[in-house]
Design a protein. Sequence first.
Length: 147
Amino acid sequence: MSSPIIFRMRVRYYETDQMGIVHHSNYIRWMEEARIHAMRNGGVSLRTMEEEGIQVPVTSVSCEYLRPAHFDDVICIEILPRRYNGVRMELDYRILREETGELLATARSGHCFLDTGTGHPVGMKRRAPAFHRILCGMFSNTEGKDG
C-alpha cells in the first residue's frame, strides 16, 4: 500500500460545542480538506478537473469516533489511498492529536468520477490520462483499469 499523506490543522473555536468538544460533523469536513490537500500536492487539481468537465462526488463516508478533539488541538490527518480503478477511488483516514499521538478517529471515504454534463461515470484512463497516471502513482495497489 502507499505511504500515508499527512495533513495538519489546528481545531478552531467554532468547531466545538458547548462542552468544548469538536462536533462530529467537523471530522467529515476535515477529511475533505485533507483529501483536497493530498490530491493538490500529488498533482491533481480538483479545480482543473472540474474545468475539464469531471466531478468527483463522495459516494460513501464512514467515521469511527474514538476520542474527542478539543479547541486548539493540533490535528494530524493521515490519508492513505486505499483503492483506485480508474472510475472509483477509496481513501482511509487516521485522525490523531499531534501532541500525544492519540488516535481520535478512523474513517473512509469513497468517490467516483463523473462527466459534469451527463452525470455518467468517467473512465479516467481515456478521459484524463495525465490525471489517471498521477492517481495510479498515488495508489500503489491499483490496477488502473477503467474499460
